[in-house]
Ligand binder design. Sequence first.
Ligand code: GDP
Length: 705
Amino acid sequence: LMNLTRKLIEIRSMLLSIDQNDALKLPSIVVIGSQSSGKSSVLEAIVGHEFLPKGNNMVTRRPIELTLVHTPTPPGEKPSEYGEFPALGLGKIKDFSDIQRTLTDLNLAVPASEAVSNDPIDLRIYSPYVPDLTLIDLPGYVQIASMDQPDSLKEKISSLCDKYIREPNIILAVCAADVDLANSPALRASRRVDPLGLRTIGVVTKMDLVPPEEGAAILAGNRYPLHLGYVGVVAKASGKKRNESTGAVVQRQENDFFRSHRDVFGASGTLMIGTDTLRKRLMEVLESSMASSLHGITNAVQLELEEATYQFKVQYNDRRITAESYVAETMDALKLRFKEAMSQFKKPIIREKLKAMLDDKVMDVLEQLYWLDKRAPELGELAADGRLGPEDVEAYWKHKLDAASSLLTKSGVGRDSTLLVADGLRALIDSIASAEPFNYHPRAAEMLVQFSHMILRDRIGVASDQVENCIKPYKYKNEVEVDSREWEAGRARAIDLFEKEIGMCEAKLKEIRKKVGGSRRLGSLVNYVKSLEEQKKERNARRLAASLTEGDGEQQEEVTPESYRYPPAQILDARHAILYTDRLAVLRLRTVALKSKRCKAGPENDVFCPEAFLNVVADKLAWTSTMFINIELLDQFFYQFPREIDSRLLYDLDRREIVEFARENPVVKKHLDLQERKDKLEEVMKQLTSLSTLRSDPQPAPRRN
Ligand code: GDP
């Protein structure tokens, strides 16, 4: 029978961990009493140790769920007694004064403004001297709130106690013998919820403070009858001898007291006296109460289990998961995603991207060195002159081509191309980090971003220096070898680019024309702007002449009213139109040149066709850059990144962090919650079933022993 209570106590704490649902509660003993009634002294007498917080101030601020576990001493071994706070993970505490200190700290952690907290402290005590019991110690009822306690304290404590004295719990109402029972808040509270006293045990403390006859009358319970009766105790330790434990002193003094008044207390043999009797009484009552709850609780658990099983089947098709498997799957998916992304960084794709970047640079160089040059049209004429060979062309044009090759190569290709690829990698990681499931794991996502940035920071400098070094030869035109196939490709590419550029300029012009109100209007705007330019030139020339001859001051320029003929925005449009028109003229001329027989003939004509030549150089730059960025940046990144994930994200997690990580994902959390609930209910059900087959018929608790 001993086993039954023990088992049920275990089941009770499992049920508590499933949920706080009232339907799934097994009874416990709840200890209530007013302050100074001797509540703590009784609990300590039951345990045989001082372990509860002491002090003038109210010290029990949180309920203490005290589970006593009877642990018989194996033969030949020393008895061992210790406490544990499962939620704190402090391990076995052998010194009861440490338990006392921990409880005091936990109580003091409740802010003074709150005064009491509903959050229970879980404390287990293992000893060969305690019975299997669960007791809940609650803050003592206060009669008059002291100055520094909030007004609501009295109500707060009452409502906390009310929550615990509900069925099926057993109430241990502690009253002091020297205070009229009519004034006991504990009895009053119990009478409200248990008018017949069917689940209330009275404990009358301080029996030594009243005449024995008076004490015996209280225990007889004629004035305030309780079905489960009253037990009288003396629980004060005084006159402690050396080497004697507090528990032993209390026990000795109580024994002495009742022995010396045997005539009064022992005469009828029906009064319940002494802590030992109290312990036994509590065991019996708890056991019989648990036994009678067994049927109801088994049914309730069965129902809950059926519901959980059904939901698990319907929602998850019985698929089980673990936090570990979720973490592993997430990391695998991440690596897979990463691997797939690698294809976006294949060489031809990178090369294409770099080429596009270099095309812009080619255009810039051409503009700077050729299109802005007044002599640019001459080049076309030279090319058209069939009598000239490349060697007959002026040195001017040869220098230009040298300069163009050099300018293009020195335009920061290493840095720009490396950064272009690095930005691509960064964008890839950012998109992984912000997508499912990493949107649920902000800390892990942050780490992914950090790793990638760290690796890139390390590699960017190296890669860009390496690229710069390797493209150095292209600075010198003579170092650039061009075969006819490359030439043809470069020429075609140049024509292609020019045609696109022509299309773009035409579109812009069209847009401006529409904006200012037609081509005629644009025509007159353009003429006007050009005449302004002319005037300005003349003025400057005159001013120059005047400053040379000194005197003849026409210094003061007057703004002609004509400046106001058009709104400034349209003047600006006209200027743009002029720029686009000029550029179109050059581009068209150059496209004709590129398509000419001369340019088609081959690379030896490069001086006539700088665009084709520069495109070949750009192509070579793209090839070389891609090769070294691949070795110095991409290969390194794709090697290092998955390893960083393993070593810093995955292997670094302990069991608690894995569970925490998995539970960050609401979908996984819900799945795990239901699965755990079902598992726990199954386990409880198994234990309950084994109990009911093992158990003989429950004995009704005898009223007296
Ligand atoms: P609590 O506030 O209800 O926990 O009460 P305590 O257990 O702290 O007891 C209040 C006071 O009553 C303390 O000074 C105890 O020593 C004293 N006390 C407790 N039980 C007895 C008893 O049986 N006899 C005597 N004489 N004093 C007791």
